[in-house]
Design a binder for this molecule. Structure first.
Ligand SMILES: Cc1cc2nc3c(=O)[nH]c(=O)nc-3n(C[C@H](O)[C@H](O)[C@H](O)COP(=O)(O)O)c2cc1C
Length: 359
């Protein structure tokens, strides 16, 4: 693990968990922490309107972030209403988590239609983004960070946006190396992340397509970012951070001399990872259940347990033998007792194991 300072934040690891709506729940964050390697995490976006108008609905997640520091809470707004931003900040200021992060990178339609997320990277929204970062930095009693993409449909304004964010007082910046219009297609644009790192005076977190030790190393060596943020790689694989950390300790090989173009190199690397085993999934689900049970009643109830365990079990089966059939079985289960009975039963192991030829 590499110690790193992100502005005032002193972290024992440069591996950061990305905010992922419906994925990085408090219980899943606890499970990742259980396996180790994690330096910091961000609670997925909460809309400023929701925080200001219905503060009780965000209380459980803010209490979690306060209790499990260092942590960041990501907020999403359009930069159009000063009063709403101020009211939301009054709520956030009463909790003791570490960072307020501004979402200017999420391309999801409902986020952009609300005027927030990556829509703030459109050239004509420059002032809205500036106003949002400015107002949050002014009213927050915590340091502020911003998460962006390389642009909306072009990288033309990137340098100006980065400089503005820095001038408005952000403590650090996270950049996902893709344009918003590209969604998740293609491969991460490491050159743009490298340029942002070169021109910035604040720490930069690089994000996009890191799913193992090699891709972590590639991002760090090419872009020289201070830390990395990892998202989709942890879906179904809660020990990803621990594995990257172990890889970093055991093999410090340089890979920047690779001769093929970067996009080819990535496609070589994007081979499906080694699937989990049925017993690994049983272990993960038990750790997840323990995590839920350590939380308050908002999470620690049968309905949440069923949704959380079923959803994660399905991601954990990725690439396994017979997973479509097993997924279908899981989908039909309607209560947590039945689900636990099924996954801890020999049928589960049998269903997911390749048939051996007995001849
Ligand atoms: C299911 C899902 C939910 C996401 N939710 C958010 C979010 O709430 N806020 C945000 O800034 N990005 C969100 N993202 C984007 C991730 O934080 C991250 O930037 C992106 O997945 C690229 O990183 P990766 O290649 O490591 O997955 C989400 C991504 C996924 C797949």
């Amino acid at each position: 693990m590499v110690n790193v300072n992100l502005g005032p934040l002193k972290l024992s690891s440069d591996l950061i968990l990305a905010p992922m709506m419906d994925v990085t729940t408090p219980s899943y964050i606890l499970m990742i922490q259980h396996y180790g390697g994690l330096g910091f995490y961000s609670i997925p976006m909460v809309f400023v309107n929701q925080i200001s108008q219905a503060p009780k609905t965000v209380k459980p997640v803010l209490e979690f972030a306060e209790k499990n520091i260092p942590s960041s809470v990501q907020i999403c707004g359009s930069g159009k209403s000063y009063e709403t931003i101020k009211m939301a900040l009054d709520v956030l200021n009463s909790y003791d988590f570490s960072i307020v992060d501004v979402n200017a990178g999420c391309p999801a339609r409902h986020t952009c239609n609300s005027g927030g997320g990556a829509s703030l990277m459109k050239p004509h929204r420059f002032q809205d983004l500036q106003y949002l970062v400015h107002s949050i930095a002014k009213h927050s009693n915590k340091p502020v960070s911003v998460k962006i993409r390389t642009g909306w449909d072009s990288k033309d304004g990137l340098e100006g946006i980065v400089k503005m964010i820095e001038d408005e007082g952000a403590s650090f910046l996270t950049i996902h190396g893709r344009l918003a219009k590209d969604g998740y297609s293609g491969t991460v644009d490491l050159d743009s992340i490298k340029k942002v790192k070169e021109l910035s005076n604040i720490p930069i977190v690089g994000n996009g397509d890191i799913f193992n030790h090699t891709t972590y190393h590639l991002m760090k060596e090419i872009t020289k970012v201070d830390a990395v943020m990892i998202g989709r790689a942890v879906m179904g694989f809660p020990a990803t951070f621990a594995e990257i950390d172990a890889g970093e300790k055991s093999q410090k090989t340089s890979i920047v001399n690779h001769t093929s173009p970067l996009s080819h190199f990535y496609s070589e690397l994007l081979v499906d990872r080694e699937p989990n085993t049925p017993s690994k999934i049983q272990e993960y689900l038990q750790v997840l259940l323990n995590s839920i049970e350590s939380l308050g009643s908002y999470y620690n109830n049968d309905k949440f347990k069923l949704i959380e365990l079923r959803k994660n079990a399905i991601w954990m089966m990725k690439g396994m033998h017979n997973c479509a059939k097993t997924r279908e079985k899981l989908g039909k289960i309607k209560n947590i007792r039945e689900l636990l009975h099924y996954v801890h039963n020999s049928h589960f192991v049998k269903d997911l194991s390749p048939k051996t030829n007995m001849a």
